[in-house]
Design a protein around this ligand. Structure first.
Ligand code: ATP
Length: 234
């Protein structure tokens, strides 16, 4: 589904990604872990077509990133650090706007259904600028999946969420997973990574330091492998 070969990204004389080779199959849920500044968000931004690679090959769903960025963009639902929502618009207005951009059938119906799914029906018509960080993140999740993408890119999606919102987000992720979506999740939250992901990729200093299948939601294995690769503990 996603084929990355020798991916490099340079910016301001700094090499952020130093030759990433990564192959992700359809239906995999992959946790991307690593220390601050390792290049995790940059990797997601390249896939989301927001950042151009300096060199290397990226293919998604059979499309080449350089030749068909538009087709690739459509396959992805992207949840970045910033919500991408319009402050003065309500959840309904925001979601209808994005639904129309993606050509979703019945945009209003889909928007109302998603606001209900993320538990904010009561605030359907209130401006987003009055919302808390967690409420904004709930609507941002709805925005990311409005067009029923086949690949979900999540950048630290659990940050700032309360237990209720974590449950909602995890249900969204698990139900997309059940429907065959491919999911990449950058996170510092080992508990959520172990709970949701089948495979873990550790990025360190712009390179892949480890890549392994995580069986039985085993957080101890995850902790041990991370400590070994990142903190040099064996
Ligand atoms: N546009 C840019 N120009 C210059 N440097 C950049 C740019 N974007 C990112 N960087 C640098 O690249 C490095 C990797 O950033 P990135 O955000 O990908 O890391 P990360 O692994 O997601 O970190 P964190 O866990 O802190 O979110 C950082 O040192 C960052 O300052």
């Amino acid at each position: 589904m996603i084929e990355i070969k020798k991916l490099m990204k340079q910016a301001d004389n700094k090499t952020i990604l130093k030759g990433i080779d990564l192959s992700i199959k359809k239906g995999e849920t992959v946790g991307i872990l690593g220390p601050n500044g390792a290049g995790k968000s940059t990797l997601l931004k390249v896939l989301a077509t927001l950042v151009k690679p300096s060199s290397g090959e990226v293919a998604v769903g059979g499309y080449d990133l350089k030749k068909n960025p538009g087709e690739i963009k459509r396959l992805f639902g992207y949840l970045p650090h910033s919500s991408l929502l319009y402050d003065h618009y309500s959840p309904l207005e925001n979601l209808v706007f994005f639904a129309k951009i993606y050509g979703v059938k019945n945009p209003e119906e889909r928007a109302v259904q998603l606001v209900k799914e993320v538990g904010l029906s009561f605030f359907l018509n209130d401006p987003v600028k009055n919302f808390s960080r967690g409420m904004i993140q709930r609507i941002a999740i709805a925005r990311a999946i409005i067009h029923e993408p086949s690949i979900l890119l999540l950048d630290e999606p659990h940050t700032g969420l309360d237990q209720g919102a974590i449950g909602i987000l995890n249900n969204v992720i698990l139900s997309m997973k059940e429907n065959g979506a491919t999911i990449l999740m950058v996170t510092h939250d080992f508990k959520q990574a172990a709970e949701l992901c089948d495979r873990i990729v550790i990025v360190k200093n712009g390179k892949i330091a480890d890549d392994f299948i995580l069986r039985n939601r085993n957080i101890t294995t995850l902790n041990e492998k991370y400590s070994h690769q990142v903190e040099g503990v064996s």
